[in-house]
Design a protein around this ligand. Sequence first.
Ligand SMILES: *Cc1c(COP(=O)(O)O)cnc(C)c1O
Length: 528
Amino acid sequence: MSQDRSRDMSQGRTNVPVGGSQAPATQTISGSKGLEFAEPLIFEMSENGRTGVDLPDVSVGDERLGGMRRKDAVGLPGLSEPQVVRHYTRLSQKNYGIDSGFYPLGSCTMKHNPRVNEKAARMKGLGDLHPMQPVSSVQGALELIDTLAHWIKTLCGMPAVAMSPAAGAHGELCGMMAIKAAIEDRGEADTRTRVLVPESAHGTNPATAAACGFSVDSIPGDDRGRVDLEAFKAKLGDDVAGIMLTNPNTCGLFENDVIDIADAIHEAGGYFYCDGANFNAIVGRVRPGDLGIDCMHLNLHKTFSTPHGGGGPGAGPVVLSEALAPFAPVPYVVHDTNGYRLVEHQADSDAKPFGRLKGYHGQMGVFIRSLTFMLSHGADGLLQASTDAVLNANYLRAQLQDVMSVSFGGMCMHEVLFDDHFLKDTGVTTLDFAKAMIDEGFHPMTMYFPLVVHGALLMEPTESESKQTLDLYIQTLRGLNDRAQAGDADFFKEAPRLTPRRRLDETAAARKPVLRWTEPVEQAEAAE
Ligand SMILES: *Cc1c(COP(=O)(O)O)cnc(C)c1O
């Protein structure tokens, strides 16, 4: 985060205006606004010697510590119990999450996380598992991984799945390493070095291909927002290792030519990697295995709920075709007459695993939640969920397309893509528009992605939003658009007004994060 020390509340000091020159009318003496509290860092509130508990004096002789006794104060924050309770409660309220409001972040599938998932994950025997436990004591956990693997294979129509990848991008790495191992096995490692990636791909796709040592060759899209089939075919050759295609793609559209693409890549001797992060749109309706896919990762933390964001936790199992299944990484679960066991080492495998991808066996907490989601929905419920996700996205499209510019015509899948054409000549950018949504209590949609349209606004409502929520969202966006068209660009440039921090320099925050605490400016001045 870029530093903004304008509100140091620990001393109840008068504050300089929040966000610089445009002080909002709601500025207060304390820095808190109504029920939104300004909260300092815990050690800024700390006072030496204050504690929430009385501890007995301990005198441990130096001789028992080998001269290693600490010479300085321990440096832990000194707070009373109510201060600690308030501090963490207030921090928890600063987090905007799916539990606090609508989160239409396209490509991310921020859906409701059913509480029954949490109940299952905390069950005794699951919540307190340790990955180093003897296999004989975790038969139920291994059965759970195996059962989840079974349902994943069933939903995908694929013969094998690698369960250990820890997220979508990690799944991509797993899939591309399996492809690389298969190519090496065919003795073509030196010649098959090129991977085709559509220009609408998620950034992780080309990054993964490059990390695996392949060169990345971009395929253009057509004016329907899909892969240009002829351009793709023209790029095929015996140096092609495979294609990485997202389906439904990042424009929220189904790649109608997917079977032709699969046939063509196979004919050229390559493999078909599918980015399955958007499986939420098709689960229960289409089996990727029937489309000719060789491997595909699922984001369990998207399609099958489980909390996600901020880099984890997640799980990215990879389904594999007959051709790639032998190269799946260790460890994997097998079931025989003696029960469940783990194949942990390449040498113990009958197949040709490419190696190990991570410590232990996968993200157990996410597995439990995902399986609970599947079993509580049932096959009919999963189909209903994907159908409703598509319906909700098309509802947004239908209700907004007369005022906002839809990038590609026709029905969309689970997300709808707009570009900034509708803001032309208003002086308002996609970023400004998104910032104004924050003041309205909505998390913005995904902005400026995918890159194939100008100023993208990608919205994914998911199946778990009610019509009331969507209607309020629609009404809000229409109202903001009216304001933009009326020439009120300044209103947008100043947004957000109602947040604890206003416009942050997000690029600088990401590129040059300030991770070291420094004395708040006012305190330094007071000391002089
Ligand atoms: C989310 C996503 C990924 C990456 O998944 P992570 O779990 O965040 O690593 C890859 N591709 C697409 C299309 C995605 O939406």
